[in-house]
Design a protein around this ligand. Structure first.
Ligand code: HEC
Length: 128
């Protein structure tokens, strides 16, 4: 304790200096970087709500050949298309191996809500 106390005291005196030194360690989730960049600017909390109510029925379990949320290998090539393409296809709907209904089948969703849901899915489906 005798050795630690002076350090703590120094830290409170030079609070900014010590805080600055600790920040990188606290905020550096090394592998999470890619995802947070991809989905920055989207409202992930809203996305999760929209997802739970409209998308989880298929994407939680991979129903009808849908990519399962959290299946990193299954999402990599899809994510490589880029966020804009993923979002546009989710808004318009498309058919490949399976049928992804426009807006997950809920016309009442705004484009922004669909985009947030896609961002949530991507965030859950990249390596962290
Ligand atoms: C009725 C089932 C179903 C629902 C509900 C559903 N999806 Fe899908 N979704 C699919 C299927 C099937 C595919 C895969 C189509 C393919 O690539 O063969 C897919 C693919 C996707 C993809 C990948 C697109 C790509 O280019 O690879 C995204 C993103 C997506 N869905 C987002 C959503 C969002 C967001 C919602 C909710 C608003 C949603 N889906 C609801 C069935 C569904």
């Amino acid at each position: 304790m005798k050795k630690i106390l002076p350090v703590a005291a120094l830290c409170s005196i030079f609070f900014i200096g010590c805080g600055g030194a600790q920040e990188p360690a606290a905020e550096a989730p090394a592998e999470g970087g890619a995802a947070s960049e991809l989905v920055s600017g989207y409202d992930l909390a809203n996305g999760q709500e929209i997802y739970d109510a409209n998308c989880a029925s298929c994407h939680d379990e991979g129903v009808l050949s849908s990519p399962k949320t959290g299946d990193v290998p299954g999402w990599t090539a899809r994510i490589d298309q880029g966020m804009e393409t993923l979002i546009q296809k989710s808004i318009d709907g498309y058919t490949a191996e399976g049928n992804m209904p426009a807006k997950g089948g809920n016309d009442a969703l705004t484009d922004e809500e669909v985009a947030n849901a896609v961002a949530y899915m991507v965030d859950e489906s990249v390596a962290k």
